[in-house]
Design a protein around this ligand. Structure first.
Ligand code: FE2
Length: 249
């Protein structure tokens, strides 16, 4: 089974200066590749909108995703509006009005989709997460969410934009007796972090990547990245793909 993760689209209004990147072009270019690849699922892990959630932008993204005819799932990032996304993408399987979280089997693989868009999770979501972890303890688990649950050695993001309640979430995840493979975005870099049985893969954005050494916001490069996850009974192999991003004229 093949799952593709794309993240941090940051699509703005038609005339918005989105870091000088023609992000709609980048997004459509990635979808063009995915059409050929024909994965079983596409997961979009948040920051669909440039700055804040806008109905028009969600509708545009949805129409392009629907055209692909590949099953896809969406969860929000810190630049999204969960309630608005739930309405546009017709997400019914969620418990809380302001959050989008749900469990779903992708083929035979159990996966959880978490809403970390506030850099934290509500008590209702955390309780739900604990219950879900108890239900599937002897199989490896996939988790998709926007924020990495821990700091990643990227000074600008770690000091200004990291997940707020890291130790609380890590404590819950660490209790899981099998491997957890967590896929996220938000940092606009690619990185693998492992802590006991928790393996966190931060995936690159499709708008631009952040310099992972700088204390201030600094763009490293403008290639558009996405992650391919190949799952079989015996293995989980992930690979990163980068395309030349297009700048606005
Ligand atoms: Fe982002």
């Amino acid at each position: 089974m093949i799952i593709v993760q794309i993240t941090d689209l940051h699509i703005g209004q038609a005339n918005a200066d989105t870091y000088g990147v023609d992000i709609r072009h980048n997004f459509l270019m990635v979808l063009g590749e995915l059409k050929t690849l024909d994965p079983d699922y596409i997961v979009i892990t948040g920051d669909l909108c440039y700055e804040y959630g806008e109905l028009e932008i969600y509708r545009w993204i949805k129409s392009k995703m629907d055209n692909l005819k590949i099953p896809y799932l969406v969860i929000p990032g810190n630049h999204d509006d969960s309630a608005m996304m739930r309405e546009v993408f017709e997400i019914e399987y969620t418990q809380e009005e302001d959050e989008i979280f749900f469990a779903k089997r992708l083929g035979k693989q159990r996966a959880l989709f978490l809403d970390s868009s506030q850099a934290s999770m509500s008590d209702i979501q955390l309780k739900w997460l604990k219950r879900q972890l108890k239900q599937s303890a002897d199989e490896p688990l996939l988790i998709f969410t926007h924020y990495p649950p821990m700091k990643a050695g990227v000074p600008f993001m770690d000091t200004k934009h990291s997940y707020k309640e890291s130790s609380e979430l890590l404590e819950i995840l660490e209790e899981y007796p099998s491997n957890i493979y967590l896929f996220c975005g938000h940092y606009h870099i690619d990185r693998l972090l492992s802590q006991k049985k928790l393996h966190v893969q931060i995936s690159p954005s499709i708008i631009c990547q952040i310099d992972s050494y700088s204390k201030e916001f600094k763009i490293d490069h403008y290639k558009a990245g996405y992650r391919v996850i190949e799952l079989s009974k015996e293995s989980l192999i992930t690979s990163l793909h980068y395309l030349e991003g297009k700048m606005l004229a």
